[in-house]
Design a protein. Structure first.
Length: 529
């Protein structure tokens, strides 16, 4: 049977795993490390670097070094989150014709899917070298709060590098699989997942090998990067106060600040004080300027405490939706590198009233769970584990006067299928516009638009007479399909919902063809996989 792998495609670090017998095993990268920086860099000579070699380019080549791409994938250029993140990134982000995001690097424009495909391709290559066989299929994890567009964009990224995604699985759910298989305990679990770019909280129950997700909540723009930015903003403000120089306008200085802030944050997880020392950070007519600041753990906690509090508010929401009090949780699992921060551990312990489990590396547990899911799909663990996940958002249609009618409620177990009947609002109406939305607002404008299509060929009739059944189907990846049927004529029209954003099939194929040319060396922008 062909080898299957599990990939945790992270904001700051990524990881790949396989199953050795019935135990998950992390696959080291080409440098021998268990995790790979989620960074892609393009050098002046046209070489493409991935992982640690790319990360080393970040300060000297910031405009062509792409990181945190997970925060961009499946997003619109003009979304509120993008307005904030564009100010912090040293590489250029542009708007595509359809409103999506394009990244300018290495003298060319790339979609976030393409950049992500370089990361996935690298991990695929590491697995092939480790296992000694070609890898064609994988399970890839995404934040539980990723929407339909972001999930599809992740699958497209894998397709570009020749990898079929047999399942998209939520990161907290993957972590619970790895933990549950390791502990063999029954009970209620809370998976608190604070990674580099996103936060998720999932409440689930394990009962004799059945993993039943009860609720999930999160924020796709709340993670370690935001903790770094709190410290960066403090340093920028202090430098301006002392020197009246705005370092935010200097991409090289800003990248040095980012690296120093991340390093200081990590050190303060193990010590109570550290020093940020950046000589010759910039120069003016009066000479060179430097940064030398001592930062205490307590001060970092004051800067970032509101972010931790925000995760706890989201956790409270998830518990309320599961109808469970914090005291009923039997085990808390921490996932993601940011959970190493002492303040995070302290606040989570206080919130749930118990010390979180610490048996499995929080940077590796998600990839391990993805590998377990891969074996579940091919039948190797069929008698051992059953996974019942949920959809993180409500799904429905826009109704008359801009309302929103939910058809599938948030936290519904997936796969799911539900039908609801609608009718016309005008006499002799021959066409009905169906606007598919995702979200919790009672108003259509407050939710995310997934797709719009028209059901045509309705027989003329007074308003309110035709009956149109609209069926929503969510697959195990959390992706949505919608069909519509006119009951009066007995004629069914099936419409697959295609994202209003993202890559069209022909665009995806064009990128795949270009990648093949790069690999064979027939493209003038050839680089390293």
């Amino acid at each position: 049977m062909a080898e299957l792998i599990g990939i945790d495609l992270g904001t700051t670090y990524s990881c790949v795993a396989c199953l050795n017998g019935d135990r998950p095993e992390i696959i080291p990268n080409l440098e021998g490390n268990n995790t790979t920086p989620s960074v892609v860099s393009f050098t002046a000579s046209g070489e493409r670097l991935v992982g640690l070699p790319a990360l080393r380019q970040a300060v000297t080549n910031p405009q062509n070094t792409v990181y945190s791409v997970k925060r961009l994938i499946g997003k619109k250029f003009n979304s509120p989150e993008m307005e904030l993140i564009r100010q912090k990134l040293p590489y250029k982000i542009l708007e595509a014709a359809n409103g999506d995001i394009l990244i300018e690097a290495g003298g060319r424009l790339y979609t976030p899917q393409e950049i992500s495909s370089y990361l996935i391709g690298y991990l695929k290559g590491c697995a092939e070298a480790f296992l000694g066989t070609e890898i064609k299929q994988a399970v890839i994890t995404v934040p539980a709060y990723f929407n339909d567009h972001q999930r599809q964009a992740t699958k497209d990224a894998a397709a570009i590098c020749g990898l079929e995604v047999i399942r998209i699985i939520n990161e907290p759910t993957a972590a619970s699989l790895a933990y549950g298989l390791d502990s063999r305990k029954n009970g209620l679990l809370a998976v608190y997942d604070l990674g580099g770019g996103t936060f998720d909280i999932t409440i689930l129950e394990i009962n004799d090998g059945v993993f039943h997700v009860l609720s999930t909540s999160g924020d796709t723009f709340l993670g370690g990067d935001d903790f770094d930015n709190c410290l960066i903003n403090f340093l920028l403000e202090e430098f301006w106060r002392e020197n009246q120089v705005d370092l935010a306008q200097d991409k090289f200085a800003l990248q040095r600040l980012k690296e120093a802030a991340e390093k200081a944050k990590r050190e303060l997880s193990f010590t109570t004080e550290t020093e940020i020392n950046l000589p010759f950070i910039t120069s003016t007519d009066h000479g060179s300027l430097h940064i030398k600041k001592k930062i205490s753990r307590s001060y970092l906690e004051r800067l970032t405490g509101n972010l931790v509090d925000k995760t706890l508010a989201i956790s409270q929401q998830a518990l309320a939706e599961a109808k469970i009090e914090p005291a009923r949780i039997d085990e808390v699992i921490l996932v993601g590198g940011q959970t190493r921060m002492p303040l995070v551990k302290q606040k989570v312990t206080e919130f749930f009233g118990r010390t979180p489990a610490a048996r499995i590396n929080p940077d590796e547990i998600v990839a391990m769970g993805a590998a377990i899911q891969a074996k579940m799909i091919n039948g190797s663990l069929y008698n051992l584990v059953l996974l019942l996940d949920v959809t993180p958002f409500s799904l429905g249609l826009e109704t008359e006067n801009g309302g929103f009618e939910k058809i599938i409620e948030k936290n519904t177990t997936i796969p799911a299928r539900k039908t609801m009947s609608f009718t016309t609002v005008e006499n002799n109406q021959r066409r009905v516009k169906i606007h598919v939305l995702q979200g919790e607002s009672l108003r259509a404008e407050g939710n995310k638009s997934l797709a719009t299509f028209d059901l045509v060929g309705i027989d003329p009739a007074p308003a309110g007479v035709p009956q149109i059944d609209v069926t929503f189907e969510i697959d195990a990846d959390g992706l949505l399909k919608v069909t519509a049927r006119d009951i009066n004529t007995g004629c069914e029209q099936k419409v697959v919902v295609k994202p209003a954003a993202g890559l069209l099939p022909e665009q995806l194929q064009e990128i795949i063809d270009r990648r093949k040319k790069e690999v064979t060396g027939t493209d003038d922008k050839q680089g390293l996989l």
